[in-house]
Ligand binder design. Structure first.
Ligand code: 6R9
Length: 648
């Protein structure tokens, strides 16, 4: 691992919001006196009723609860819109850069955004959506995605954004789980010149069982493609917002009222509905956004994530808008029409802070320096990464080639569950080491434990846990509080278990090594092995399947599937392709296996448990590290799998 150090740049330290001395002092205060610290930070939010209580948390299983600011009342959309109108009404809230670069960009001011949100909020109320109802949002990366989220927040509806790359089955599962009442979608999405049939996917999803909670589907006209409109269920978005007033009384929300549900993959079963509440989440998103990105009034902030992921929630919508910043919404992809697109967009809009994923950096690094160097990027002052570990080589390329060795790189570690950034450098305070997420943010207490839950001191490698709560922490798994407790608080009692492995070096810097559970991180997207397996076995010719991750140059991890066919079915290239397409159709393209190996048998213990450790080693092509296979019911199975391994 690289131990090169990039000290804080003198220019940055001088004008930084948080200097090293301030970080060190405030970190100690944030942990020692959380009530005083987080009470003060909460003053950055506009409250209808300021909280008198701050932290109220117990991780003890017999008295488990997580509450922050419990008697406070606020509205997230008011914080993202109304309170900026007096001072920033004409400031651009959203810059919309379309997929097609020959189309003009759109600038949505805070005043416009407020009006658009209020119109939709009124329309939703008119359609019968009330506080506490769940609205599913299945939209491309267009301003309406942010409008829809904020309109829900305005009336106290809970949004559940479903990534536009998910297939009908995945939409249906998510709609069913939260009994969503209304879906907001578009005729089609557009990515890299290719059309995504969003409305048709919703139609297909709503034909699946368990989706009859949906009363209304609002359709944004985006590409103007002809789509089936099933009246009275389907309504054009334009038509329903058209006559609505441009102001809307916001709902008074308790700090602990739900703001949104976002489904994420875990090691077992179906994706869980991670639930975030209003007060703590908003404080966290806003405060981390300002601190980690050292935000200035005139910054143009671009986070390339999709709003379908938590990064888009916290750092395209809630964090930037709560801070009155300008946030860029990009509809397209990094390699369309050319691999210079990111850098051209940076020049076009004079982006100052750029936040993207290691997988994109690695893919663009492959194209060489020329596509970067033909652009200026002079506006950039800070770079960030998120989603997966960044290898030092990609970090250096990002720093040297993209940032011209001028811009600090903040490698931000966090999760859907954490609501916002937890471990990251602060550009004016933290010396950087390529590949390390460095040090904890205020109030965050990371620790490493061994397999038995024993805390490890000093330089060590183990499982990453968090010893105490922070305001942005998820509060429950929607509809299954026990699963929340079991998943995160049972493995190591009294601690939150992240599911990540991690190393701490002699300077106390954290180096995330990746997931230690059955979650695969493909291009920064979490895929549960159980989900891919269940998609595979839903095919009539498949008897059994086991899925593991393997190292992949661009994606970080790829998906490797072992499949056993029903007796009598023949293995063929055609069937292999058919199964990959099947997973694509069931879950979505991001879950399609990179490799699929026929497995006449799977390595199992005598009690019938699949030994994934062994399958991982075979996929990694490290058969010499198979370890102890003596507990296998039939050790010869392994030998034949090793011999028939697919070469990734
Ligand atoms: C924000 C987000 C969470 C998982 C997490 C970890 C990995 C995220 C990382 C990182 C190393 C970083 N991860 N950021 N690993 N360094 N800077 O990505 O949320 O989709 O829930 O994924 O991603 O494994 O546990 P989510």
């Amino acid at each position: 691992m690289s131990q090169a150090v990039y000290p804080v740049r003198a220019g940055f330290a001088a004008g930084a919001r948080i200097t090293r001395a301030q970080y060190e002092q405030s970190y100690i205060a944030s942990v020692a006196q959380p009530d005083a610290f987080w009470g003060r930070v909460a003053e950055r939010i506009d409250w209808f009723r300021p909280p008198t209580q701050v932290k109220d948390v117990s991780y003890q299983l017999d008295d488990f609860h997580i509450r922050w600011y419990a008697d406070g009342e606020l509205n997230a959309s008011v914080n993202c819109l109304d309170r900026h109108l007096a001072t920033r009404g004409d400031k651009t809230a959203l810059v919309f850069e379309r997929d097609d670069p020959t189309q003009p960009a759109q600038h949505v001011s805070y005043r416009d955004l407020h009006a658009r949100v209020c119109r939709l909020a009124n329309a939703l109320r008119a359609l019968g959506v009330a506080k506490g109802d769940v609205v599913t949002i299945y939209l491309p990366m267009i301003p309406e995605a942010a409008v829809a989220m904020l309109a829900c927040a305005r009336i106290g509806a809970v949004h559940s954004v479903v990534f536009g790359g998910f297939a009908p089955h995945s939409i249906a599962d998510r709609v069913h789980d939260c009994r969503s009442k209304l879906i907001i979608t578009a005729d089609e999405g557009l990515r890299g010149g290719k059309k995504v049939p969003l409305k048709a996917n919703v139609d297909a999803a709503l034909k699946l069982p368990g989706t009859n909670s949906v009363e209304t589907v609002l359709v944004v006209r985006h590409t103007h493609a002809a789509v089936d409109m099933q009246m009275p269920r389907d309504r054009w978005y334009d038509a329903v917002v058209h006559d609505q007033p441009a102001t809307c009384e916001p709902e008074r929300m308790n700090a602990e009222d739900p703001l949104f549900i976002l489904y994420t993959s875990g090691s077992t079963g179906k994706p869980k509905g991670v639930l975030h509440t209003t007060g703590g989440y908003l404080v966290w998103a806003a405060y981390t956004h300002e601190s980690v990105f050292d935000l200035r009034e005139d910054d143009i902030f671009w986070c390339t994530a999709d709003v379908g992921w938590v990064t888009g929630h916290s750092y395209i919508v809630y964090g930037p808008l709560a801070n009155g910043a300008t946030s860029l919404v990009f509809e397209g992809v990094p390699n369309y029409p050319t691999v210079s697109r990111f850098w051209e967009v940076i020049d076009r809009h004079r982006v100052t802070i750029f936040y993207t994923a290691p997988t994109a950096i690695r893919a663009l690094m492959r194209e060489g320096e020329a596509p970067v160097q033909k652009t200026s990027r002079a506006s950039l002052r800070l770079l960030g990464t998120v989603g997966e570990p960044i290898n030092p080589e990609a970090w250096r390329w990002y720093y040297e080639v993209v940032g011209d060795s001028r811009c600090p790189v903040v490698d931000t570690w966090w999760q859907t569950e954490t609501g916002g950034i937890l471990i990251s450098p602060l550009p004016g305070a933290t010396d950087l080491k390529p590949g390390s997420a460095t040090l904890p943010f205020f109030g965050v207490q990371p620790a490493l434990v061994d397999a038995n839950g024993v805390l490890l001191e000093g330089e060590a490698e183990g499982n990453l846990v968090l010893l105490d709560s922070w305001p942005g922490q998820m509060r429950t798994v929607y509809g299954d509080h026990q699963r929340f407790i079991d998943t995160y608080f049972k493995t190591y009692p009294g601690m939150y278990f992240t599911g990540d492995g991690c190393r701490r070096d002699a300077d106390g810097y954290y180096w995330i090594t990746g997931r230690v559970d059955d979650v695969i991180n493909v291009s920064g997207h979490r895929i549960g092995t159980a989900e891919v397996e269940s998609a595979l076995v839903s095919h009539p010719k498949v008897a059994e399947a086991a899925v593991v991750g393997f190292p992949h140059d661009i994606k970080g991890q790829g998906i490797y599937a072992y499949v056993t066919l029903i007796a009598g079915e023949r293995e063929s290239e055609e069937l292999r392709r058919e199964l990959i397409v099947h997973v694509r159709n069931e879950i979505g393209p991001i879950a399609a296996p990179d490799h699929l190996q026929w497995a006449p048998g799977l390595p199992k213990t005598r009690s019938g448990k699949i030994m994934r450790r062994i399958l991982r080693k075979i996929a990694e092509n490290a058969p010499e590290q198979l370890g102890d296979t003596s507990t296998l019911a039939d050790p010869s199975v392994v030998e034949s799998l090793v011999q028939q391994r697919r070469v990734p």
